[in-house]
Design a protein around this ligand. Structure first.
Ligand SMILES: Nc1ncnc2c1ncn2[C@@H]1O[C@H](COP(=O)(O)OP(=O)(O)OP(=O)(O)O)[C@@H](O)[C@H]1O
Length: 265
């Protein structure tokens, strides 16, 4: 009986989100206007469910990175609240690996910081490198790897960080189309194998539809949630799939409308 009550209490307090953004606004000093402020984000409400893959889409400068940085707790909202289930893992366009360490040691370090015992670390790092098809790079130093390989190591490091939420800010924007395509496959595989939640920022509509379960479109000046779509196309998707193209056309239309409304190009 006592156990049942304890279990019920535990369920009642169980976290039902990976990230919860409630009525968040963010202002920065306005350039060229002494004392003035510009409101970049306005009344954002967004939940990312456990295991969900959400992309944040919007025109350049609409506040996507600002919102991601707030969820990462790299900055504070002007008003509103943000909560995450544990500390998120981050992945940016720049890989942020330790260049003097090998690929394997970069992952082992993340495992160490998340409390993994020493004997397990080596085998787990190898397994994660295999997941991104980089098993031969274990002993290679980061500076010996290509840009695509570095991002794959960064991707393999994400599940090593004992986080339930992965925040990604245009992580593949600097890569060529073929390498990006391979990384889309690997990210989708890691996401489905680990059950991580992902919040992924991009202005690439095709990339959004290739990856997301849910697409959130931000308007500009100030950034507000303009529209959301659920993408029901089964994974694994290909960027050239006709279903991906069809949904991309619809979302691009809406994005164009947003850009027109705000006089951007
Ligand atoms: N620390 C800051 N101080 C002042 N203004 C800032 C700061 N960070 C962002 N901004 C402003 O906030 C607005 C939104 O920037 P943000 O980088 O979030 O946009 P974005 O949608 O991620 O753009 P992009 O797709 O081009 O990366 C821009 O006008 C930017 O100049």
């Amino acid at each position: 009986m006592a156990t049942t009550i304890a279990k019920a209490a535990e369920d009642a307090t169980a976290v039902t989100y990976a990230a919860r953004v409630e009525h968040v606004s963010k202002s920065f000093p306005a350039p060229g206007t002494p004392g003035g402020r510009q409101r970049v984000l306005d009344d954002i409400r967004l939940d990312v469910a456990p295991g969900e893959f959400v992309t944040l889409l919007g025109a350049s400068g609409c506040g996507k990175s600002t919102l991601l940085n707030l969820v990462a707790a790299l900055d504070q909202p002007s008003t509103g609240t943000i909560a995450t289930d544990g500390r998120p893992a981050l992945m940016f366009q720049e890989h942020a690996l330790f260049p003097w360490l090998t690929a394997g040691k970069n992952i082992e370090l993340a495992l160490k910081l998340s409390g993994a015992a020493k004997p397990e670390r080596r085998a787990e790092a190898e397994r994660l490198l295999e997941l991104v098809r980089l098993q031969d790079a274990h002993r290679k130093r980061v500076h010996e790897l290509s840009g695509g390989m570095r991002q794959r190591v960064a991707l393999a490091r994400a599940p090593a960080q004992d986080s339930r939420l992965l925040l990604m800010d245009e992580p593949f924007a600097a890569l060529d189309a073929i390498t990006r395509d391979v990384l889309h496959d690997e990210l989708t595989r890691i996401w489905s194998e680990t059950g991580l939640s992902v919040l992924f920022v991009t202005h690439n509509v095709r990339e959004t539809v290739r990856l997301a379960q849910r697409v959130v479109l931000l308007s500009s000046r100030p950034g507000r949630i303009a529209r959301e779509w659920t993408v029901g196309i089964p994974q694994p998707r290909r960027i050239e799939d006709s279903a991906v193209a069809e949904v991309s056309v619809e979302i691009t239309e809406e994005l164009r409308g947003e850009i027109r409304r705000h006089g951007q190009h």
